[in-house]
Write a protein that binds this ligand. Structure first.
Ligand SMILES: Cc1cc2nc3c(=O)[nH]c(=O)nc-3n(C[C@H](O)[C@H](O)[C@H](O)COP(=O)(O)OP(=O)(O)OC[C@H]3O[C@@H](n4cnc5c(N)ncnc54)[C@H](O)[C@@H]3O)c2cc1C
Length: 281
């Protein structure tokens, strides 16, 4: 989808390069179909490789700890299976968080998964959250033709980045025509006349913005709850991420955690993202 956005962006700027094109129109269903085909091909390729691997059983189901060395798995057909092992590697990831904002449960909103299934380009996308997910989708939909407003509670975008890097990213987004509101804490959302009205507090003053769609991108929640890690005595931090040492060992012998579910900084994400933002030519 980001590649589709970049093609649209370059096509619009064709005349800067001495290349004249006609009107740029976005076929969102084709953009989505291309994305789906790429995802399917990656997913099916990985699945086939796993299925061919000797001594590896691939089981589709929801796992949940029943003790330090055992998990119960609810299979797709509803059947239950119990598995036990001396070593267990937890790699169950995270999901989009839903912040505590007044009115959010009564308003249709998008997250990083559902926004990739849109059938048409939003007229005006409001993005709550100025982290890498909010910025990537903000830039993408701006390039596909949406008006975009990003509402960020902190004084800079990309909080884990150095201030000068974050400022440069903000300048690039501004150049693309994205409105970025900093120090703006979203307090309330309400649907009114087919539009979504968002009230943020900026320097103690209320600020109202209105858009056709709302993307909530305020962080990720680890999938430790469904996995019931407490039944195995696995220690988590206050947000639910699994604590590990430098060898990815948890506090329970023989149990390891890797990927997004473990506590600690995930700097690789930001590095990739920043290079995407700076790809302006
Ligand atoms: C919009 C977006 C853009 C991103 N862009 C980048 C990027 O440019 N570069 C980058 O490096 N990273 C990027 N990331 C982050 C990257 O996707 C994650 O870091 C990565 O997917 C984490 O892998 P994982 O294996 O830990 O978890 P996941 O990929 O989330 O996989 C976890 C799997 O565990 C399954 N699961 C969960 N609970 C259970 C259970 N109880 N039982 C059984 N299975 C379970 C889930 O269904 C899922 O399939 C992006 C993420 C998002 C959302």
């Amino acid at each position: 989808m980001v590649a589709s956005g970049r093609v649209a962006y370059l096509a619009r700027r064709g005349k800067d390069y001495g290349v004249h094109t006609g009107d740029v129109r976005i076929d969102m269903q084709r953009v989505r179909q291309r994305k789906r085909e790429i995802v399917d091909s990656f997913r099916n390729g990985s699945k086939r490789r796993l299925e061919k691997t000797a001594n590896l059983d691939l089981i589709f189901g929801e796992a949940s700890f029943t003790g330090p060395k055992s998990v119960s798995v609810r299979l797709k057909d509803g059947a239950q299976r119990t598995l036990s092992a001396d070593r267990i590697f937890i790699n169950a990831g995270a999901r989009p968080s839903v912040p505590n904002v007044e009115g959010l449960k009564d308003v249709p909103f998008l997250d990083s998964t559902s926004i990739m299934e849109l059938e048409s380009v939003p007229e005006h996308l409001l993005v709550v959250g100025g982290g890498y997910v909010g910025l990537e989708f903000g830039q993408l939909f701006r390039r596909l033709g949406s008006r975009v407003t990003i509402v960020q509670s902190a004084a800079q975008l990309l909080l884990r980045e150095d201030a000068d890097v974050a400022e440069e990213v903000r300048a690039i987004l501004k150049q693309d025509g994205i409105e970025v509101l900093l120090n703006a804490r979203t307090e309330r959302v309400v649907k009114s006349g087919g539009q979504i009205q968002l009230t943020a507090r900026v320097d103690k003053e209320p600020l109202i913005v209105q858009g056709s769609h709302l993307l909530v991108a305020t962080g990720r929640t680890p999938n430790t709850d469904g996995l019931n890690v407490s039944a195995a005595g696995i220690a988590t931090d206050k947000r639910g991420f699994i604590k590990v040492n430098g060898k990815l060992e948890t506090n329970v012998e023989g149990i390891y955690a890797l990927g997004d579910i473990k506590a600690g900084r995930r700097s690789h994400i930001f590095r990739t993202t920043i290079s995407a933002f700076c790809a302006r030519t």
